[in-house]
Design a protein around this ligand. Structure first.
Ligand SMILES: Cc1cc2nc3c(=O)[nH]c(=O)nc-3n(C[C@H](O)[C@H](O)[C@H](O)COP(=O)(O)OP(=O)(O)OC[C@H]3O[C@@H](n4cnc5c(N)ncnc54)[C@H](O)[C@@H]3O)c2cc1C
Length: 459
């Protein structure tokens, strides 16, 4: 009997109830994530555990047989983290989707990794609470994926990213043992910060089987402002101005002219299509404090030569605008194949980064739409190409290289929130230096000496 049938038979015998897909026609839907132009492997099988005990058995059996494991949530990732590896078992966490507890006394939620971000928020909202990190994909992505990617979102300029909201984790290690880090304590500095180590580890150090997350009381309804500018450079200056003025809105999002047109074609919001860029600024302070916050943001926009500044007429219009921004990637996809990228820079340099993106894309004759969490200094240049263009991949690669180097020259990062995965490995050392990457390798080797988890990703 070959290794493949032996391991499948062993896992089937140990977990007869577990859903497991073997046929290529069935596993096909689990080979890729949302990253365009990635070459996915052929998984050995795809399985759907329902408990931590199931995950332990899978890890033990795979470890003994030397069969690698690729963890997968909803597959919305944008750096290839969940992309299948040849001969590896893909472990999908979507059936581990229980909200174990919402603890209103401690303002925490304990959830299994397959819980959808929006489902957690719906449950928290019913109790007057919310979980701040909200990736634009919040209606489909899982908490396990969010933790593994240390995801950001539209509220993160004020509230911080996933890392800031993970209080504790349960993790299955490469030998099949289970550890718990952190918990409900507001303060806890005993030993090394293992929770922080697993947040952002992209499925390479262990499998997250439960997460304890911090919640906050729901803030007042948002007030929303949109400002249009003649150029992205001016919009970038406005972001720097808002930051320097000490204004910390809950949302500070940017769309360039290409994205405005794409979004308006789909959502018919009557956006200013003659503008070079648009900022969406929101306050959740409520009342006079909210008005004052938006007034300060408006002053910074005017100082950066905004061509017009408007308030959303009501909550409904604000919701449409926010939803349209969340769907910017989908709107751009109508123009061709859209490869969404991700860089971040200190906010004082965002105007220069926007200029650099336009210059580098033009030099490579590439259409690019830029949007993103400008308040975090986090931009998503999105390259649009024709599906059958044989030069597209090479031109995208040249553009990416130029853009990452430009971000690093400005003191930025090759990725603000989408992770390293398969797509950014080449530039990791350029950002961190050889010695720091060696330290990362040492951590990987200590936790996963045989390279069981997500081989070929990140490092
Ligand atoms: C339209 C769109 C908008 C997006 N907007 C944002 C945004 O605003 N902010 C942002 O940060 N990202 C955004 N993303 C990217 C993506 O949604 C996030 O990275 C998200 O957190 C991935 O979650 P997922 O469940 O889809 O994970 P997957 O893509 O399935 O997996 C992502 C990574 O997590 C690992 N993983 C998954 N589950 C586990 C587990 N239980 N244990 C260990 N490792 C695990 C995988 O191995 C992989 O490395 C967007 C994506 C799309 C398509």
């Amino acid at each position: 009997m070959d290794v493949v049938s032996a391991i499948v038979d062993q896992i089937r015998a140990a977990l007869p109830e577990m859903r497991m897909l073997l046929e290529a026609s069935e596993t096909e839907a689990f080979r890729r994530d949302e990253t365009a132009f990635l070459h996915a492997g052929q998984p050995l099988a795809v399985c759907f555990p329902v408990s931590t005990a199931d995950v332990q058995i899978i890890v033990q059996r795979c470890g003994a047989a030397g069969v690698p494991i690729v963890a997968r949530g909803a597959g919305t990732g944008l750096s290839g983290g969940a992309v299948a590896v040849d001969g590896a078992l893909t472990v999908v966490f979507t059936k581990m989707d229980s909200i174990v507890e919402i603890d209103t006394a401690n303002l925490t939620a304990t959830v299994q990794p397959g819980v959808i971000n929006a489902a957690l928020n719906a449950a928290a909202n019913e109790r007057g609470l919310f979980y701040p990190p909200d990736p634009a994909s919040y209606e489909t992505c899982t908490i396990g994926g969010n933790v593994a990617e240390n995801s950001g979102g539209l509220r993160c300029v004020k509230y911080g990213v996933t890392r800031d909201w993970v209080a504790g984790l349960e993790v299955v290690l490469a030998d099949g043992s289970v550890i718990r880090s952190g918990g409900k304590n507001k303060k806890d500095v005993a030993g090394y910060d293992l929770t922080g180590l697993f947040v952002g580890s992209e499925g390479t150090l262990g499998l997250i089987t439960e997460a304890t997350l911090r919640l906050l009381p729901l803030p007042p309804a948002k007030l929303t402002l949109i400002a249009f500018f003649a150029t992205v450079h001016d919009a970038g200056e406005a972001v720097a101005g808002i930051t320097a003025a000490g204004v910390v809105p809950v949302t500070l999002e940017l769309m360039d002219a290409f994205t405005i047109a794409a979004v308006d074609d789909v959502h018919h919001l009557g956006l200013d299509r003659a503008a070079g860029a648009m900022l969406m600024v929101e306050s959740d302070l409520g009342g006079a404090a909210g008005e004052a916050e938006l007034a300060a943001a408006e002053a910074a926009c005017s100082a950066a030569r905004a061509t017009s500044v408007l308030r959303a007429a009501d909550a409904q219009e604000a919701n449409w605008l926010r939803q349209a921004r969340r769907e910017a990637h989908g709107s751009l996809e109508r123009a061709g194949v859209a490869r969404m990228d991700d860089v971040s820079v200190p906010r004082s340099h965002i105007a220069e980064m926007l200029d650099a993106i336009a210059r580098i894309a033009a030099a490579n004759e590439l259409r690019v739409g830029v949007f993103g969490h400008a308040g975090d200094g986090n931009l998503h240049p999105t390259y649009i190409v024709d599906r059958d263009d044989p030069t597209a991949e090479a031109r995208i690669d040249a553009t990416r290289d130029g853009i990452y180097r430009a971000a690093l020259r400005l003191g930025g990062s090759i990725t603000g929130e989408h992770g390293t995965g398969l797509t950014k490995k080449r530039w990791l050392e350029l950002q961190h230096g050889a010695r720091a990457v060696e330290v990362m390798r040492a951590i990987k080797t200590a936790l996963d000496p045989n390279g069981l988890f997500n081989p070929g990703k990140v490092l």
